[in-house]
Design a protein around this ligand. Structure first.
Ligand SMILES: O=C(O)C(=O)C[C@]1(C(=O)O)C=C[C@@H](O)C=C1
Length: 403
């Protein structure tokens, strides 16, 4: 009896669904048998989640050219079809167990259901990313992660339901690490949150800002507050996140050391706010992405955004042609970003007159303002696919129109 890898899951034809790699667990309510590679708390999953797993197991994963997911081994598609046939006869016995299609409203549905959504973010309590998670899911349980990648993995391993991660800031620009991780992991963008980030200068109780000799913070936050930092003539010290900087100041107890962090971080770590709204640009806006294991079904009920990543062949005007597929259909682009293609960093282009030249290979990330439910968006991507070497839709999600 063959087990088939489908994404992160192993599917056995005899059981509705099983994941090998440790001991099997049987869900007490719906009876699905699962084993998460990293574990645990299986009964915490509502029956609905098990059904979603069943759907996942039935969905063949298309390997991505160039950027194959790290640990996924996908067997030939014929084999997966066989598994699907077996599995579906079991899954469909009880229609009530069939999963409901996800929609954009599922973004808020979880807290309506009294199920506490667990949302991972990078940093510590009091970080801006935590505030963004709470803006998206006001009743959620926030789960701090040391690094961005840990937040991706926490979703993949079912330790949390969602992750909220910064992707760009109006002053500091793109958070490149998260662009790279989006491609490396198989999560879907299911929403975005835009948030005004008002930085505060924090210090030990009773300290005046003129006493500070060094200021700790996240590199993005330090770059947002260049003016005040140079006026004060302090040394800038980078930390993993703004709240971590506040905690360090609090623990070290050195009067000459301050931090740039949120007002909430001041409260949590018992620091004084020495100055408020210290960012160079009043409208300091950070855009965060909400990531989940499954995509939402796009609608047309409100403005949607679609995020894609693609690569192109070398040649004159190829990027112009790629962008034209949207312009021709009146689709607005809200973001374009390029990143080096890590596994194909240099391309040798032979030009007989000038010898061979080496170019960097690029990945292009685009956000466009249309829903995948609209024919013009589908046609644009169909058109792009004609000449893109590789194309992946990272997610289609409702636009956050309020900051
Ligand atoms: O350190 C934090 O508090 C974060 O949430 C991280 C982060 C970032 O990575 O850009 C998020 C938003 C702000 O723009 C500054 C820092």
């Amino acid at each position: 009896m063959a087990l088939r890898a489908v994404g992160d899951f192993w599917v056995s034809p005899i059981k509705p669904l099983s994941i090998v790699g440790g001991s099997d667990l049987v869900h007490s309510r719906c009876g699905f048998s699962l084993n998460l590679r990293c574990n645990r708390d299986f009964d915490r999953f509502p029956e609905r989640e098990c059904c979603r797993l069943a759907v996942l197991a039935q969905r063949a994963i298309t390997p991505v050219e160039d950027e194959k997911p790290f640990s996924h081994e996908v067997e030939p598609s014929g084999a997966i079809d066989k598994v699907q046939d077996n599995a579906s006869s079991v899954f469909h016995k009880d229609l009530n167990l069939l999963p409901k299609p996800l929609s954009a409203t599922d973004l808020s549905a979880s807290h309506d259901d009294n199920i506490k959504v667990r949302v991972a973010y990078q940093g510590m309590a009091g970080a801006y990313s935590e505030a963004a998670a709470l803006k998206a899911y006001p009743k959620c349980e926030t789960v701090p992660c040391e690094h961005f990648e840990a937040a991706f993995k926490a979703v993949e391993l079912w330790l949390v339901d969602k992750a909220v991660l910064p992707i760009e800031n109006s002053v500091g620009g793109s958070i490149h690490r998260n662009y790279d991780l989006l491609l490396r992991h198989r999560l879907h963008i299911v929403g975005e949150v835009q948030m005004v980030v008002n930085h505060c200068l924090l210090g030990l109780p009773g300290v005046q800002k003129e006493e500070l000799k060094r200021v700790l913070s996240h590199p993005q936050a330090l770059s947002h507050c260049e003016m005040i930092l140079s006026d004060l003539g302090v040394v800038k010290v980078s930390t993993d996140d703004t709240a971590g900087a506040a905690q360090m100041v609090s623990i070290c107890g050195i009067r000459e050391t301050g931090a740039i962090a949120s007002a909430r971080a001041a409260e949590i770590y018992g620091l004084d706010i020495l100055a408020e709204k210290i960012q160079d640009d009043d409208d300091n806006l950070t855009r965060f992405l909400i990531l989940a294991r499954e995509p939402i079904i796009p609608g047309t009920d409100r403005p949607y955004k679609t995020s894609i990543v693609f690569t192109l062949e070398e040649g004159p005007g190829v990027l112009f042609k790629a962008l034209a597929v949207f312009a021709l259909r009146g689709i607005n682009l809200s973001k374009i970003e390029s990143r080096p293609q890590r596994n194909r960093p240099l391309r040798v282009v032979d030009d007989s007159n000038k010898g061979s030249a080496k170019y960097f290979g690029y990945l292009f990330y685009i956000d466009f303002e249309a829903s995948m439910a609209e024919p013009r968006a589908q046609n644009a991507l169909g058109h792009l696919q004609e000449f893109a070497r590789f194309l992946r839709v990272l997610g289609c999600y409702p636009m956050d129109t309020a900051a």
